[in-house]
Design a protein around this ligand. Structure first.
Ligand code: HEM
Length: 415
C-alpha cells in the first residue's frame, strides 16, 4: 500500500489502481504523483486498462515520438484494430472531431496547422496586449466596489472567451452560448463518458456547427479583418479549407481558446494566495511576472492527461510492449512534478530556473495557443492583484470533479 490517498501501487509489477473520481485524489493529485515517481513512473493503470507515463523525460520524449499519434485510422482500419463502429448518436460530435487539428496527423495536420499558425505566432499575439489590458481593467471596474467576487465567472472566463471570439470575428454577445456549447462538449474528454453526456455533447455540436455555418456564410458575403475571414480565404497548394474543416477548426479554437486558460487563471490565483508570497514580489517586474506564471503552470497545470496511439508494434526501452493501435496516457501534470527534473517539486517556487514545464505539451501538437494563453496570464494576473489590494480567499475553493481538466468549481475572493 502506498501512503498517498486513493492510490494502490504494486511497484515491482508496475500496476496501479486509482479511481480518478476519488476526491482525495482529484482535489490534490500531487501526493499520488509523488508516490508514482518514487515507485513506478511508467505503469499499467488497472481502471482504464492501459499504460501511463508520469516521468518528465519520458512524457517529453513520447510527446515528440513520431511512432505515436493522436489518430490511428490513417494507418489502420477499425476492423484491423477490433474497434467498434462509431456511435450513431455521436454523429455531429464526431464530424467536428474529424477535421480537428488536435485529432489529425500529417500531412492533413501540417496543412491545417500552417493555415492557422500565422495568427498565433508571438509577434501577432503581442498586438492583443492593449485589448487584454483594457478588458481586464474594465471587468474589475465592474465589481471592485462590491468587495467580493466569484472570480471564475466574472473574470477568468470572460477574458479568454472575449479575446478568442474577437480574434475569430465571432460576435462577443454570443459568448454565453459559446461557453455553454464548449462546456457540454469537453465533458466527453473524461474516462468513460455516460450516454447522457454523449447525447448532450452531440446536441451541443449540432447547435454549434449550425451557428458557425451561418457566420461563415455572412463572412463570405462581407469579409472582415479577422481570423475566420483569413481562414476562408487561405489557400495552400491551390487548396482551400472545406466548410467542414472551417467549422471544426473554429470550434477547436473557440473551445481550446478558453477552457484551459479559464482554469489556469483560477489555479494561479488560488496557488498565489495560498503560497504566502506577496503579490508585490511576484509581480515586481515583467520578468518576475513571467517566472510566476510559468511556476503556476508547472505547479497547478489545467490539463493533466493526453493520449496517444501506437502507430505500429513498439518495444519501449523499459520493456513495455505495445501493439499497433494501443493507447497510452501521458501525464503532463505528473511530469511537471518529477523530482528527477524539479527540486522540491511540490513546493511553489517562483524563482525556479530548472527548465520548461510540459503544460502546453511538446512536439507536433504543441499548443498553438501558448503565446496567447501566456500573454493573457501575464497581463490579467498582475492587473488583478494590483487593483485589489488585500485580495484573499473567502473560502477554501472547491476543486472540480474532473481530473483531466484540473480546475476549480468556483473561486470566491474578498478584499
Ligand atoms: C493555459 C492555457 C492552455 C493550456 C495549458 C493548453 C494546453 C495544450 C496542450 C497540452 C496541447 C497539446 C495536446 C496534445 O499534445 O495532445 C494543446 C493543443 C492545442 N491548443 Fe492549447 N492550451 C492552452 C490554451 C490554448 C489557447 C488560448 C488556445 C487558442 C487558440 C489553444 C489552442 C490549442 C490548439 C488548437 C491545440 C491543438 C494543436 C495541434 O494539435 O496542432 N490552447 N494545448
Amino acid at each position: 500500500m502506498s501512503p498517498a490517498p486513493g492510490i494502490t501501487i504494486d511497484g515491482p509489477a508496475r500496476r496501479v489502481s486509482l479511481d480518478v473520481r476519488n476526491p482525495d485524489f482529484f482535489r490534490n493529485p500531487l501526493p499520488a504523483y509523488g508516490a508514482l515517481h518514487a515507485q513506478c513512473p511508467a505503469f499499467f493503470w488497472e481502471e482504464p486498462q492501459q499504460w501511463y507515463f508520469a516521468g518528465y523525460d519520458q512524457v517529453n520524449a513520447l510527446l515528440r515520438d513520431r511512432r505515436f499519434g493522436r489518430q490511428i485510422l490513417h494507418v489502420a482500419t477499425r476492423e484491423d484494430l477490433g474497434l467498434s463502429e462509431p456511435k450513431p448518436h455521436l454523429k455531429d460530435f464526431d464530424a467536428l472531431e474529424e477535421y480537428s487539428l488536435l485529432e489529425l496527423e500529417p500531412p492533413a495536420h501540417t496543412r491545417l496547422r500552417t493555415l492557422v499558425n500565422r495568427a498565433f505566432v508571438s509577434r501577432q499575439i503581442e498586438q492583443l496586449r492593449p485589448d487584454i489590458e483594457t478588458l481586464s481593467h474594465a471587468i474589475i471596474d465592474g465589481f471592485k466596489k462590491d468587495g467580493e467576487v466569484e472570480l471564475l465567472k466574472a473574470y477568468a472566463e470572460t477574458i479568454p472567451v472575449t479575446i478568442i471570439a474577437r480574434m475569430l470575428g465571432i460576435p462577443v454577445e454570443a459568448a454565453p452560448r459559446l461557453l455553454d456549447w464548449s462546456h457540454r462538449m469537453v465533458k466527453m474528454y473524461v474516462f468513460n463518458p455516460s450516454v447522457e453526456t454523449e447525447l448532450d455533447a452531440n446536441q451541443a455540436s449540432t447547435e454549434f456547427a449550425a451557428y458557425l455555418k451561418d457566420i461563415i456564410a455572412e463572412k463570405r458575403v462581407s469579409p472582415a479583418d479577422d481570423l475566420l475571414t483569413h481562414m476562408i480565404r487561405s489557400e495552400k497548394d491551390g487548396e482551400r479549407l472545406s466548410e467542414a474543416e472551417l467549422i471544426s477548426t473554429t470550434v477547436l479554437l473557440l473551445n481550446a481558446g478558453h477552457e484551459a486558460t479559464v482554469h489556469q487563471i483560477g489555479n494561479a490565483v488560488s496557488t498565489i494566495l495560498k503560497s504566502g508570497f506577496s503579490p508585490d514580489q511576484l509581480f515586481a517586474s515583467e520578468e518576475a511576472t513571467a517566472r510566476t506564471v510559468e511556476e503556476c503552470l508547472r505547479f497547478a497545470a489545467p490539463l493533466h492527461i493526453f493520449q496517444r496511439y501506437a502507430l505500429s508494434d513498439i518495444e519501449l526501452e523499459d520493456g513495455i510492449s505495445l501493439r499497433k493501435g494501443d493507447k497510452i496516457g501521458l501525464m503532463l501534470g505528473a511530469a511537471n512534478v518529477d523530482p528527477r527534473k524539479f527540486t522540491a517539486p511540490d513546493t511553489f517556487r517562483p524563482d525556479r530556473d530548472e527548465g520548461a514545464n510540459v503544460s502546453f505539451g511538446a512536439g507536433l501538437h504543441f499548443c498553438i495557443g501558448a503565446p496567447l494563453a501566456r500573454l493573457e496570464l501575464n497581463l490579467s494576473l498582475p492587473i488583478l492583484f494590483r487593483r485589489l489590494s488585500g485580495l484573499r480567499l473567502k473560502d477554501e475553493p472547491p476543486v472540480k470533479d474532473s481530473f483531466h481538466f484540473h480546475g476549480l468549481e468556483r473561486l470566491d475572493l474578498v478584499w
